[in-house]
Each structure stands twice: as structure tokens, then as C-alpha cells.
Design a protein around this ligand. Sequence first.
Ligand SMILES: [Zn+2]
Ligand SMILES: [Zn+2]
Length: 250
Amino acid sequence: MTKIHFVKKQSDIIRNIEKLYEYLASSDKTLSDFAFNLMKRGRAYVAYYDDNCDEWLLAPSRFVGYKNNDYKKHKMNDEKSGTRTSKKIDEILKCGYKTNKKLEFLLKTIFEVPSYKEAKLHFWILGDDRKLDKQTMEEQAQKYIEQKKLKEHIFYEGRISGKKRKKIIEQLGTTCEACGRKMEEIYGEIGRGYIELHHLKPFCNLDIGKERVVTPSDFAVLCPNCHKMIHKTNETSDIKKFKKRIKKSV
Ligand SMILES: [Zn+2]
Ligand SMILES: [Zn+2]
């Protein structure tokens, strides 16, 4: 069995935080759910301001405190001691953790941390304190909510595959219902027959079971550009309205 070590320096901590964010963005649902649940269940977090993306990254000490941590190691690690990792993180960052209303807000909005826990959350702040302003937090929270909604939607659309997908495309064709183009007109042979299914009722709002039984009339076929763009609007179910946005010159 591999021995599990604690982090030794600041870069070890940052590496682990970035690992969790890599999981959060992963299309592998096991990994993204794992990271999401970890985020939700923490008590003490390292908050690291990433200058490249201009945003705060948060990760719980129970994950961050072990060197080169990952999904497998975390699952194997029977200890996962908040007390011991907190001590190590204190030593490296040379600052204690503290409460912070704005980071609490961010955590609660993005990771759906239950409100009753808020008062018990603590943060080590690794970054410029001046970036802990309300606007930065609100913008970041909003961005994540949109990304999450889009990811869930695309995940469910992607699950419509095989015979079912073929049947829907046979009925709806491969011409984008919004811009009216076929992918082969732009990309030649590699684009032949390529089209994306867009579900007109967002899956995340439907109950599991009967409501999620799909029929071709629940879908529109869209090219990747139009598909991405329609999700930037508030009317993802209204293709007619979306069409009006498209400039004729394209
Ligand atoms: Zn299109
Ligand atoms: Zn869609």
C-alpha cells in the first residue's frame, strides 16, 4: 500500500486545489460528483486566488493536506484527519484559518453548502485580501451556476445515443434548425451527418421517470455553434425566437 504523506510546501497545496477543480470540470461524472461532494462537506478550506483566471478556488483541508492527492488516494486514505491536515496547512501558510462571509457566500452558492453549516466554516486565505470583494464573488458565483446548468443539460443530451438518437435524427434531419446550415457545407466530408441534439425542455427541471421519456418532438437539431449560443440565452426552448438573433451575413 502506498504511504500517504502530508503536504510540505505551498505549491503542494495549490497543486491539490487545482486537482479538485480539474475533477469538477471533468466529463467523468464519478470524478465531478466526488469533487462536488467533497466541496460540500468540508469545514476548513484553503481559499486560493488564481491570478490567471481571476477567481477564488476553494478546497477542503481534508483533501488539500495530503501530498499529490487524487481520487484513488483519497478513497484509500482511512485517516483523512481534519485536525492533522489543518496543523500542516497552518505551518506552511503561516496563518490561521478564519471565518469569512464572502467566501461562505461563494461556497454556499456554488456548492450548495447547507446554510446551517455556514457559521462553522473557516478559511485560510492564500491570495490578495482586496480581491475578497462582493462583486468578484457574485460574478464568480453566477458564472459557475451557468456552467453547471449547461454541463448537466449537455450531459443528459449526450446520453441520448444509439438507436434512439438515430431515430430522432432520421426524423429531424441534419440541417441546423437555427442557422439552416449542414456541417458538411462548412467542414466537408468530416462534417457529413454531424448534428447535435438539443433538448427543448431542460432535463434538470424534469422529474426522473415518466417526464424524461424522450420523443423526437422534444428535440431540435442544432449545429455546435448555435447549440452553444442558445444556452447563453434565457429562451433555450424557443428556436423561433433564437433564430431572430442570428445575423443574416453568416
Ligand atoms: Zn446553427
Ligand atoms: Zn442543448
